[in-house]
Design a protein around this ligand. Structure first.
Ligand code: BGC
Length: 782
C-alpha cells in the first residue's frame, strides 16, 4: 500500500515538473529565435551545430543504438531538440535527382526517384527556362518524399577534364555555371524546399579531395572559381550552401573566414545556412575513423560554417568543451545557431507538410526525356548522316553501353531510378529494327561483365573506382557480313566516373585500344559497303576526339542522359527532335593542351598535397582562344539539323553609360525547325590588367524557330559584365577604351561584331582583400 502511494506521488511530481519545464522552455516557432537560443544548454547548442552522424545512410543497415531516419537513404539532417520543439529536418543528395533508397523493409511500396540528365547535359542546353522546369520536377520529388533540402546543385568549374565529378558540374565558364545553377535552384525552391549549392569553393579535383591545398590567386578565385556561386547566391538565394573539402591557400574551405564571412556574407549578402561537406575539415578517411579525432571545430564555427555534417561524437565533445571553457566565440556560436534555426523555420517539416510519397514520376519521365534531348550536342554530321529516318533496314548496334546505357555517374550524384532505357530499347521503341545476332551476342556479354564489375566494386567497398567493361573483339568476316546486311552502324562509347576518384588519362580520356579497334574495324567494314557510321557518346565529361573523329560520319554527344536516355537519343537519331545543345567546355586536341595539365592533380604526383593553379584565369576557352591553341571542338560549339543566320546586331549606344542593350536577329535558314544558342562575348581593353581575348558575358536561346522564321534576342550588359578584378586595387574595374561585342554561334565562330567605348575607368565594386597566397606563385599572363 505504502509503496504504491509513494509511486503515485513520485509520478505526479515528475509529470508536474515536466509540465513546468515545458512551460518554461520557450518553444521554437512560438518564442523568438533568440529566446530559444538563450534557453539552450551547451549540449543542446552542440546538438544543433553538429549533425547526428549517418544513421541509415544510403540504406546501410542501422547500427545498434542508431535512431531510425525519416527517409531511408537520406544523406543526413539536423538533430532535433524535443524540449524546445525543434524538429529534425532531412537532407538528401543530389544533382541529377533525389537520391534515396527505393525499397524499405516490410513495406510493399517503392520510393524510386527520377534520374535526370547529369550536370554537363543540363548545362549544354543553355536553356535556363528548361532547367527551371527540371528543377520544379526534382523539387516535387524532394517535397513529396518528405525531404527538406536537396544537396544540389553542384557547380564547380571544369578546370581539368579528368576531374571525376565534372559530370555533376556545369561548365568551364562561371557565367554558364551561375545561370544554370540559378534556374535550377529557383525551380526546386518554388516548392518551398531547400537546395544546397556545392562545393564552395574550388573543389576541382577528387584526388586527395579531403586535404589537398589549392593555391589560387585572388583574381582567379573571384573571376573564375567564385563567380558562378556569386551569381547563384544573388539571383536565386539558395537556402543552404555546402563548403568544399579542400584547402584554399592553406585554410580549409570549411574554416575559411574570407570565403564564408567576408565574401559570402559581407560582400554578397548571403543570409542562408552553411554546412560542411560530409566530414569536411577532416584530413582523410583514416582520421575520420580514428577515435577522438576532430576537425578544427573552433575555426569552422568562427569562420561561419554553421553546421558540421554529418557530425561525429568527437566533434561534439570538442565543441561542448570549447563552449564551456569559453575558447570559442559565443557570438559566433549564437550567430550560427540563428542561421540554422532560421533555416529550419522555413522547412516543410515545420509547416507540417503531409507528403504523399507519390510524386508524379510519369510526368517527370517526360521532363527528363526532353531535357536530355535538348542537351545533346551534334559534334559532327557529315553529309547529313543524321537524322537517320529510314526504318526499313536494320541498325547494327556496337559498343557495350549501347546495350546498357549509362544514366548518370556514380557516388552521391547517382539516383536510384526505377529503370533506365538503353539505346537498344530506345531505338526499338522508335520503330527501328536492330541486328538480332549482335543483340544476342552483346546482351549476355554485357550482363555477365556488369555483374562481375559490380561484384568487384562491392568487394572493394566504398572507395572502389568504376572500371569500364572492355569491348569484345569483332571478327572481320562477321563485320563484313553485318555491313552487307544492315543499313547503318551505330557505335556507343561509354564512360563513367564519380566522387573520390579522378579519371585516368589513358583508357579514359583517350580511348582504349579495344575501342580504337572497334571504331576502325566497324568503319572500314561499313564504309566499304557505302554505309554510314554514327558514334553516340554516352559520357559524363570530356574525352579525346581528334584522333578518331575523321573515321566516322556523325558524332552525337548524348552525355549521361538520365533514365530515359535511350528514348532521348532515339528522338534525336530519328529527327523527331532537332539537337540544340552546345558545349559548355572545350574538347582539346590533346590532354597536354589543357592549361592545367602541368598542374593537375598536384604534387607530389603519387600523393598530391599541393595543387598550384598556375593557369590563373586562363581556364578553358579563355586559354585556348587567347593563346591560339586549336581545340578539337571549342567551347560553345554544336551543330543542328538546320542552319541559322545572324543579322541586325545593334547596340543601344556607342558610348557606355550605365548599361548597354545588345540586340541581334537570328533566322532559321534551313529546312527543319530548330533552336539556336546565341553567345555574347566581349573583348575588353587591357591596359590595366591582362585579359582573355574575349569572355562570355551573356547568352540566350531562341524558341523553336520554324524554317524561315526569325527571332530578335536582347541582352543587357552592365558595368559588372565588362569588369575584371584588379588585384592591386581590390576592385572590379571596367577600363576605359574600346570594347568589342562579338556575337558567336560558338566561341570561335563569331558571326557579328560591333564596338563601343567606355570613356573613363569605372570602379564597379570595391571589395576586401581576401585569399592571400600562402606561398608565392606566378600565374599565366597574356
Ligand atoms: C559529397 C557531397 C554529398 C555528401 C552527402 C559527399 O561525399 O562530396 O556532394 O552531398 O557526400 O552524401
Amino acid at each position: 500500500m505504502k509503496t504504491s502511494k509513494l509511486k503515485i506521488l513520485a509520478f505526479i511530481a515528475l509529470v508536474s515538473s515536466q509540465l513546468i519545464n515545458a512551460q518554461k522552455a520557450p518553444q521554437f516557432g512560438k518564442a523568438s529565435i533568440d529566446e530559444v537560443i538563450a534557453a539552450m544548454t551547451p549540449e543542446e547548442k552542440v546538438d544543433l551545430l553538429v549533425g547526428p552522424g549517418m544513421p541509415d545512410y544510403a540504406g546501410l543497415v542501422p547500427l545498434e543504438g542508431e535512431p531510425d531516419v525519416r527517409v531511408l537513404g537520406q544523406a543526413g539532417g539536423n538533430s532535433g531538440i524535443e524540449r524546445l520543439g525543434i524538429p529534425e529536418t532531412v537532407f538528401a543528395d543530389g544533382p541529377a535527382g533525389l537520391r534515396i533508397q527505393p525499397k524499405r523493409q516490410n513495406d510493399p511500396n517503392t520510393y524510386y526517384a527520377t534520374a535526370f540528365p547529369v550536370g554537363t547535359a543540363l548545362a549544354s542546353t543553355w536553356n535556363t527556362q528548361l532547367i527551371e522546369e527540371v528543377g520544379k520536377a526534382m523539387g516535387e520529388e524532394v517535397k513529396e518524399y518528405g525531404v527538406d533540402v536537396l544537396l544540389a546543385p553542384a557547380l564547380n568549374i571544369h578546370r581539368n577534364p579528368l576531374n571525376g565529378r565534372n559530370f555533376e558540374y556545369y561548365s568551364e565558364d562561371p557565367l554558364v555555371s551561375g545561370k544554370i545553377a540559378s534556374a535550377y535552384i529557383k525551380g526546386i525552391q518554388s516548392h518551398d524546399v531547400g537546395t544546397s549549392v556545392k562545393h564552395f569553393a574550388a573543389n576541382n579535383q577528387e584526388t586527395n579531395r579531403l586535404s589537398v591545398n589549392a593555391h589560387i590567386s585572388e583574381r582567379a578565385m573571384r573571376e573564375i572559381y567564385l563567380r558562378g556561386f556569386e551569381i547563384a547566391v544573388k539571383e536565386a538565394q539558395p537556402w543552404t550552401i555546402m563548403t568544399a573539402y579542400n584547402k584554399i591557400n592553406g585554410t580549409y574551405a570549411s574554416a575559411n573566414e574570407d570565403l564564408l564571412t567576408t565574401v559570402l556574407r559581407e560582400e554578397w549578402g548571403y543570409k542562408g545556412m552553411v554546412m560542411t561537406d560530409w566530414f569536411g575539415g577532416y584530413p582523410g578517411f583514416a582520421a575520420i575513423n580514428e577515435k577522438g579525432s576532430v576537425s578544427d571545430v573552433i575555426a569552422q564555427m568562427e569562420s561561419g560554417n554553421d553546421l558540421l555534417m554529418p557530425g561525429t561524437k568527437a566533434q561534439k565533445e570538442a565543441l561542448i568543451k570549447a563552449i564551456k571553457e569559453g575558447t570559442v566565440s559565443e557570438e559566433a556560436i549564437n550567430r550560427n545557431l540563428r542561421r540554422i534555426l532560421n533555416y529550419i523555420l522555413k522547412t516543410p517539416t515545420v509547416a507540417n507538410y503531409k507528403y504523399s510519397n507519390q510524386p508524379d514520376l510519369k510526368a517527370h519521365a517526360q521532363v527528363t526525356r526532353n531535357a536530355a534531348t535538348e542537351g545533346m550536342v551534334l559534334l559532327k554530321n557529315e553529309e547529313k548522316a543524321l537524322p537517320y529516318k529510314d526504318k526499313s533496314g536494320t541498325v547494327a548496334l556496337f559498343g557495350n553501353t549501347s546495350y546498357d546505357f549509362i544514366a548518370g555517374g556514380t557516388g552521391s550524384g547517382d539516383v536510384n531510378e526505377a529503370y533506365t532505357v538503353s539505346l537498344l530499347e530506345g531505338l526499338k521503341n522508335a520503330g527501328y529494327s536492330i541486328d538480332q545476332e549482335l543483340e544476342k551476342t552483346y546482351v549476355p556479354f554485357v550482363k555477365a561483365s556488369t555483374e562481375k564489375e559490380m561484384k568487384r566494386r562491392a568487394e572493394e567497398g566504398l572507395l572502389a573506382a568504376v572500371q569500364r567493361i572492355p569491348e569484345m573483339s569483332l571478327e572481320k568476316a562477321m563485320l563484313a557480313k553485318k555491313a552487307k546486311a544492315s543499313e547503318v552502324a551505330v557505335i556507343t562509347i561509354g564512360r563513367n566516373a564519380g566522387e573520390q576518384h579522378d579519371r585516368k588519362i589513358n583508357d579514359d580520356f583517350y580511348l582504349g585500344q579495344d575501342e580504337v579497334k572497334m571504331i576502325n574495324a566497324v568503319s572500314e567494314a561499313f564504309h566499304a559497303e557505302g554505309k554510314k557510321v554514327i558514334v553516340i557518346l554516352n559520357i559524363g565529361g570530356v574525352i579525346e576526339t581528334a584522333s578518331w573523329k575523321d573515321k566516322v560520319d556523325a558524332i552525337l554527344l548524348a552525355w549521361q542522359a538520365g533514365q530515359e536516355g535511350g528514348n532521348s537519343v532515339a528522338d534525336v537519331f530519328s529527327g523527331e527532335k532537332n539537337p540544340s545543345g552546345k558545349l559548355t567546355m572545350t574538347f582539346p586536341m590533346d590532354y597536354n593542351n589543357q592549361p592545367s595539365a602541368a598542374n593537375f592533380p598536384g604534387i607530389p604526383a603519387n600523393d598530391p598535397k599541393e595543387v598550384f593553379y598556375k593557369d590563373g584565369i586562363y581556364v578553358g576557352y579563355r586559354y585556348f582562344n587567347t593563346f591560339n591553341v586549336k581545340p578539337s571542338y571549342e567551347f560553345g560549339y554544336g551543330n543542328s539539323y538546320t542552319t541559322f543566320e545572324y543579322s541586325d546586331l545593334k547596340l543601344s549606344e556607342s558610348t557606355f553609360d550605365d548599361e548597354l542593350e545588345v540586340s541581334v536577329k537570328v533566322t532559321n535558314t534551313g529546312e527543319v525547325a530548330g533552336k539556336e544558342v546565341v553567345q555574347v562575348y566581349v573583348a575588353a581593353p587591357s591596359a590595366m590588367v591582362d585579359k582573355p581575348s574575349e569572355e562570355l558575358r551573356a547568352f540566350g536561346k531562341t524558341e523553336l524557330l520554324k524554317p524561315g522564321k526569325s527571332q530578335q534576342l536582347k541582352f543587357t550588359l552592365k558595368a559588372r559584365d565588362l569588369a575584371s578584378f584588379v588585384n592591386e586595387k581590390s576592385a572590379w574595374m571596367a577600363e576605359k577604351g574600346t570594347y568589342t561585342v562579338k556575337i558567336g554561334a560558338s566561341s570561335l565562330d563569331i558571326q557579328l561584331t560591333e564596338d563601343f567605348s567606355v570613356e573613363n575607368d569605372i570602379t564597379v565594386e570595391k571589395v576586401n582583400p581576401a585569399f592571400p597566397l600562402d606561398v608565392p606563385m606566378e600565374t599565366l599572363k597574356n
